[in-house]
Design a protein around this ligand. Structure first.
Ligand code: URA
Length: 240
């Protein structure tokens, strides 16, 4: 059960400012469970209460979850004075004030990133104890040896003494170019790049393609995004 103020719910769900939400309420355009609501601070039970704004009945969404195909050259942050961020790329119809990326990808890493305003979700996604594997495809300069794959699978010790958790790894070639599919359930700084570097291979290109059982929607062009469906959201916490 979650109780929120009426003006906050309207602001979040109708993409209007809090001030505009308060005006809608004051103008008598809002009802809760069929009864007029004239106070901005009216408590709303987000799971069960029915809100109607100006004759339009909507399902309350407490939070928003957006899948983006992150392009290279954009930083994983909410805002930055000089650089374009993933949140800058979110179109106005999905924009909310408190959006942030759930985890970071390096500036030159592309692919699946989730942008949300839900801190609990993000904590669950990033905490290694929740075992959400993130899958990366790395194009390498040199192939990983069988021995390197074994080291990565049993948890590699990086040169600076950082111990990585066991990863799931497959090394392969595509048209003679070495690649690795690497799945990790933690997010240390430059982790995939440092893991392969510890095996003597340099990452030339890195793309995240999967989080839990949720795959990147490849129909999204780099920089495009869309809201996740409730079913897709569940896939995030399903491991295969
Ligand atoms: N590992 C990296 O090295 N970079 C990323 O962006 C993500 C994982």
């Amino acid at each position: 059960m979650s109780i929120q103020r009426l003006d906050k719910i309207i602001s979040l769900n109708c993409s209007v400012s809090r001030r505009d939400a308060r005006k809608l309420i004051k103008d008598g355009k809002v009802s809760v469970n069929g009864l007029p609501a004239l106070r901005a601070e009216t408590p709303v039970e987000t799971q069960t209460d029915k809100i109607d704004v100006d004759g339009f009945d909507f399902t309350i969404k407490e939070h928003i979850y957006i899948m983006m195909n992150k392009p290279s050259g954009v930083i994983s942050a909410s805002d930055d004075k000089n650089k374009t961020t993933v949140v800058d790329l979110v179109p106005p119809e999905l924009k909310r004030r408190s959006l942030f990326p759930a985890g970071r990808l390096d500036r030159d890493t592309t692919g699946l990133i989730i942008i949300t305003d839900d801190g609990d979700f993000t904590h669950r996604l990033l905490s290694p104890s929740h075992h959400v594997y993130k899958r990366y495809i790395a194009r390498l300069d040199l192939p990983l040896s069988e021995e390197s794959v074994k080291k990565l699978e049993s948890g590699i010790l990086l040169e600076d003494g950082t111990q990585c958790l066991p990863a799931r790894v497959e090394a392969y070639e595509n048209d003679g170019v070495p690649f690795a599919r690497i799945e990790i359930r933690e997010g240390k700084y430059h982790q995939v790049k440092r893991m392969t570097a510890a095996c003597g291979s340099h990452v030339e290109e890195l793309k995240r393609v999967k989080i839990g059982a949720l795959c990147l929607d490849e129909s999204l062009a780099p920089g495009e995004c869309r809201e996740l469906t409730p079913q897709e959201l569940d896939l995030v916490f399903e491991n295969e």
